[in-house]
Design a protein around this ligand. Structure first.
Ligand code: GLU
Length: 284
């Protein structure tokens, strides 16, 4: 059935999962169940320097412990680099990406110097050809960045870009949302060492895996605006989105990988029953 509900949980094996991940994974899994849909697990391990097999193993164990079941085989992004390369090549051929040699620190300094201060999303642009050739010859590292200016020219502006939010954005955005990819600036789509970066891999995979609804935390709401633009540029379908609230720890801050004590692995070891988490999340 072509219109079957398909959702996914897409963790990166760069640390142990915490309560926030459990909430995301359970939200997606339950949504699929309630719609007789499909639930996909995708391992986002493009960053080989930070991904570890032990983290991936723990993800599988944690999710099984939570009572989740997912389709096989599990897509591991590191095994599909050619798919992302093809997408990057298409953008490159249309002049929508450029090589950026600036370091994070240089970009932060640019933003500080900008007249409106840090809120301006950064835009760079290609170097003059001879300057670029010189830096390439010198073996300097660069990233491929999406050019918002070129993308706006290609699409005749971003006015026609929108997506459907079935959950809640961080400011209660819901329903038909106008996409504002400019919020993200000229995002990195590929690093010289890794070959692809998060946004590009996600839009390629969501389309390839026929995801109809992306369910994830509000921390990725801005990413959705960027990803909507990439879908338009690559001619990919746009899923609907359901962003969910972020869980807060006892200190009022949201859970993050740094909070070691809150990993699912630890909770498992302490004998905390998964039902307790599910109740805590208000999901039962
Ligand atoms: N891999 C991303 C993360 O761990 C999530 C990607 C997504 O849900 O789009 O934060």
């Amino acid at each position: 059935m072509a219109d079957r509900f398909v959702t996914r949980f897409a963790p990166s094996p760069t640390g142990w999962l915490h309560r926030g991940h459990a909430f995301s994974a359970l939200s997606a899994f339950r949504a699929a169940q309630s719609r007789a849909g499909r639930f996909i697990l995708r391992i986002e391990d493009i960053d080989a320097t930070r991904s570890r097999p032990a983290f991936e193993e723990a993800i599988l164990t944690d999710l099984a412990w939570l009572g989740l079941a997912w389709e096989q085989p599990v897509r591991r992004q590191s095994e599909h680099m050619a798919d992302y390369r093809t997408a990057l090549d298409r953008l490159q051929a249309r002049g929508l990406v450029y090589r950026c040699f600036r370091t994070r620190r240089e970009i932060a300094e640019d933003i500080e110097r900008a007249p409106h201060g840090a809120m301006e999303a950064w835009r760079g642009g290609p170097l003059a050809p001879d300057d670029e050739a010189r830096r390439l010859a010198a073996g300097e590292a660069y990233a491929w960045r999406l050019s918002l200016d070129a993308a706006a020219r290609d699409l005749g502006g971003f006015g026609a870009l929108s997506f459907i939010e079935r959950g809640n954005g961080p400011n209660h955005e819901t329903g038909l949302i106008a996409a504002r990819p400019e919020l993200g600036g000229d995002v990195v789509l590929a690093r010289k060492d890794v070959g692809v970066a998060y946004h590009l891999a996600v839009v390629v995979d969501d389309a390839l895996q026929e995801v109809t609804q992306v369910i994830r935390g509000q921390d990725l709401f801005e990413a959705t605006h960027v990803q909507r633009l990439l879908q338009a540029l690559l001619g990919l379908p746009t899923p609907t989105y359901a962003h969910h609230r972020l869980l807060l720890g006892p200190d009022g801050r949201r859970f993050a990988k740094r909070d070691r004590a809150e990993t699912l692995r630890d909770l498992r070891a302490q004998g905390v029953p998964p039902a307790q988490l599910i109740a805590e999340f208000g999901l039962d």
